[in-house]
Ligand binder design. Sequence first.
Ligand code: FES
Length: 499
Amino acid sequence: MAAIWQVAKDDNQAYPALDGDIETDVLVIGAGITGLTTALQVAEAGKRVVVLEALRVGGGTTGASTGNLYAPVTKGLSTLRKKWGDSVIGQVAASRTEAVDYIEETARRLGVDCAFHRRPLYRVLTDDDSALNNSLDEELDALLCAGLTASLVSETPLPFPIHRGLKLDNQAQFDPLRYVQGLARELSRLGVGLYEYSSVLDIDFDHCRAETATGKVSAESIVLATHTPKGINLLQTGMEPLREYGIAARLSGQDYPQGILWVLDPFHSIRSYQHAGQDYLIMIGEQHKTGEGEPGVDYYGRMESYLRSKFPVASVDYRWSAQQYGSADGLPYIGRRHGSERVFLATGFAGDGLTWGTVAGRLLGDLILGHDSRWSELYDATRFTPVKSMKEWVKENTAVAKHLAQDYLTPTEVKALDDVPVGEGRIVALEGDKLAVYRNELGQVSAVSAVCPHLKCLVHWNPGDRTWDCPCHGSRFEIDGSVIEGPAYHPLARRLSSE
Ligand code: FES
């Protein structure tokens, strides 16, 4: 399932897979917005840089994002304010505003046609719900406290009435895939070694070496720009992996609303996008924890029904989903990896990753180059914030413990391979082994181990995306077991195939 940005993919430049052994100054793992922004910072300062990407440039979460760029965060600066106080939300707004300005300036400087436009951001309520009404007032107060210019409104560009809303001017939208493709072109011009389809299978953190199936890279520094760190990392114990669904539609009229439009009740993020004279309406929503989708629920169908209830939809042309990882204390982790001076990471961006990824890329660039950064202490990846993190930490670890116990002990949904419906996946217990079994449209069965190679939780079937998703730390796998994303290095072990 392709994200809307593929429609405008004007760069089919392919980068080779790594073939052989290389030495470099900085190895960046991950060619999304975080990795490529970091790479640009250090390459422009004269460092030798290599970038390894498991898929294509921007092929992970960056290319599945909404393309919205903003100073606050989706959960609200008011939520952060309760944990961190007034000074911190001011710093969050300032660092994120700088990042949006940096994207605008970089796109202009490098001549990247990524449809960057300044747009207002709206948070709106459609019903008079008292709890959410309070949250809107609290958010307005937090935005003003953080030094942003916001106001309450009773009208928005949406074609349906709202109860009340909040408007924040001078935020932005762009095409995230075209932006990172532009960064990649510039990096290539600067002599950076960019390698696609080069999954990292192992990292030796002590010696700063990474290995793919076809080569090795040794570096002075390594940057884990992989959305969540690969392998086992303490941060994963407090981060919540979530999935969200996206659709892009053409409308029967010409009334495409402009702006970042967040309807809060229930949450749907709506924006318009134009490419080659064709308008699209993009909507994101239906968030749920990875691997914990409600059985039998068609999330794409629910998205489409909601959109059709609000807009004159002519056709739904694109469907996709994306993953996010929220941090335990609400701020991203950006900086040195625990116990290492030469390994850097960035994670915990929740649903606000394009702006955080740019904050991270600039900050990591500064750290590698030995420059001062105003934000290094605030976002320090080794920070210890037990009071602010405890609730999420307990929640996540209870969930992991529950999955480890319950998923192994609960009888499986089907007893035998023959019971797996066509076009579906099910967990089947066979001779003491738990298998993730899929039956294709021809009735042929394939099976991989259901045991996630990361930390041994059992994967769950995701019917919307037809993938195996691990509910513990968000690793996701194709039907044949190969890794799509998440901390797992290795695929689900192959068991049998009748194809
Ligand atoms: Fe950690 Fe699967 S992602 S156990």
